[in-house]
Design a protein around this ligand. Sequence first.
Ligand code: ING
Length: 309
Amino acid sequence: MARTLIVAGAQTGPVQRSDSRASVVRRLIDLMRQAHARGAQVVVFPELVLTTFFPRYWADNPAEMDSWFEREMPGPDTKPLFEEAVRLGVGFYLGYAELTEDGHHYNTSILVDKSGKIIAKYRKVHLPGHLEHLPEAPWQHLEKRYFEPGNLGFPVWRAFDANVGMCICNDRRWPETYRVMGLQDVEVVMLGYNTPTHLPWVSGYDNLSDFHNKLSMQAGAYQNSCFVVGVAKGGVEEGCDLLAGSVICAPSGEIIAQAATNGDEVITAALNLDMCAINKGATFNFGLHRRTEHYKLIVERTGAQPPAA
Ligand code: ING
């Protein structure tokens, strides 16, 4: 009997500045009910899903942004989501802005089991964008200003009878993210994202926004023989168009579920987890094929250095 995990990606449309957390949680509960109706055992929500993507705004004092952060999880606004999850008997991944008791700011995701218990936490490692204010740009991308780099690494947990890992948004573009989890025998990588389709600080690739989105996750899935569940907050948020394109990728690298809209939409797939073993035992049998003695630069060198003239 194949080991199967039915997962749902609960893509959301935009969250405007004026949308309350309570109104967002009502949408998440509706999506969770739809996912449960399709047999989902775990539901993946987007990155920073409770609020608008506030790193698009400049604040002279970063502390002005603290109102976008959660000081407790669950808090009064998110408790109804945890309660619904227990009622339905489903687990979920939730992305949110975390403000710790000792004043640290992280772009965070948690994994909650079907009893409503937080069983895992991840803090975004790769913070994209820029530090300085770009006053001419239609929006900023100031994650480096408002968040600290994650300090938990890329763990993999045993959950839902599978080896489960988490990452967030820009992390999905870096092969190291998947490989560190692959070296922990990950079978399902869950991630949420908020991806503007126009990047003021780098031009030239806006037209390939969805191609790069899918390429990154399909490659990560194939090269580490795992499933990848990537879930967007999409649509036009305060004038900024966010990419939708949520997908579930199989260890073959193929997309096995894909969103058709840029709004609130559930995608589901029954993951045959034994599929991971095919290439873990062959093409990507790390223990048999990798030659780590030649990989030192990956850890020792941060930025690229050209060859001597
Ligand atoms: N958003 C984007 C992402 O990595 C980005 C930022 C887009 C960086 C495209 C580079 C290219 O999907 C977040 N929140 O990381």
